[in-house]
Design a binder for this molecule. Structure first.
Ligand code: GRG
Length: 295
């Protein structure tokens, strides 16, 4: 990412951090709000909300109307991480370089903090999106959100992932898991930005296709980093996939072929933007940064 692009990315990221802090209050009973804030404000790359804001900007020239929805998507992402880290799921002690939510607040509060974020996120979309956004657009944004968060997407990906532990699964099953666990949130981020920009179908499809490519690239890179990275770099425990006997893209294709696949998917994502006249240095840089990421 060049200096200019980095500056714009940081501007979006700071706005998201500031709004998340503002949207999630601390009130009685403080424990639940503090637990929600602990995970949501724990850092993280904020890739998904930045994608929402930039997609909206590039397709209509403004991004302010997408700020609440972008923050809601980050809340959903944080919720999925809190629940994924629980002892009954992936059982992780570290996330974003900090102790996981249940390690700090206990299991019951961590479950409830995830649940609370899941319903607070659409509440934020409804209550904070500017009234200039037409109601039919708001309804469509909410529909995309609840579908992505539910049994058709995120949850089904997680269920098949858990069921697949220690089994020799097919490539189709591996793709199903990651299209739903990881890809669905990238698609939601891009489509939400496009919907709030009032984009026509051709552009909506183009950003969906871009998200499909980078979602897959992101997950393959996640599998690569699980093998090559450290706790300090990753902010979470590496080596979990092998420990849990999980089939990953690396175990399926091998390390070198996996790296090549990440690289070509990122290029294909940039080509989609180019082909449809979506001129965004940030979206191009996000695709390229997936190829270079270390956490
Ligand atoms: C939606 C009710 C409901 C439940 C969620 C637990 C679960 C069901 C799904 C798990 C989803 C999951 C943890 C997918 C992994 C996706 C992934 C690679 C996350 C890491 O994203 P980064 O690297 O994280 O962008 P940061 O910390 O930078 O935000």
């Amino acid at each position: 990412m060049n200096q200019e692009t980095k500056k714009i990315f940081e501007k979006y990221k700071n706005l998201v951090e500031q709004k998340l802090d503002e949207y999630i209050p601390v009130k009685y009973p403080e424990k639940i709000w503090e637990s929600m804030r602990y995970s949501v404000l724990a850092g993280g790359k904020r890739l998904r909300p930045v994608m929402t804001l930039e997609t909206c900007r590039v397709l209509c020239g403004s991004y302010e109307q997408a700020v609440p929805a972008a923050c809601a998507i980050e809340m959903l992402h944080s919720q999925s991480l809190i629940h994924d880290d629980l002892p009954c799921m992936d059982n992780d002690d570290y996330r974003r370089g900090k102790l996981t939510n249940h390690k700090v607040f206990g299991e019951s509060t961590a479950v409830l903090a995830g649940d609370a974020l899941l319903s607070f996120a659409p509440q934020v979309i409804l209550q904070q999106t500017p009234s200039t956004v037409p109601s039919e657009v708001l309804l469509k944004v909410l529909e995309e959100f609840v579908v992505a968060a539910g049994a058709e997407k995120l949850i089904s990906g997680q269920v098949v992932d858990i069921d697949s532990e220690g089994k020799q699964i097919s490539e189709d099953t591996l793709n199903f898991i990651h299209e739903n666990k990881t890809g669905a949130l990238f698609k939601l981020s891009m489509r939400t930005g496009a919907l709030l920009a009032g984009a026509e179908n051709e552009k909506l499809q183009a950003v969906t296709d871009y998200a499909q490519k980078i979602g897959l690239a992101f997950q393959i890179m996640d599998d690569i980093l699980d093998v090559t990275s450290t706790l300090e770099e990753l902010g979470k425990t590496p080596g979990k996939d092998a420990q849990e006997n999980k089939v990953t893209y690396v175990s399926f294709y091998g390390m070198e072929a996996s790296k090549k696949r990440v690289s070509s998917l990122c290029q294909e994502a940039c080509d989609i933007l180019e082909k449809h006249g979506i001129k965004s240095d940030i979206l191009k840089a996000i695709a390229q940064s997936i190829n270079e990421r270390v956490n």
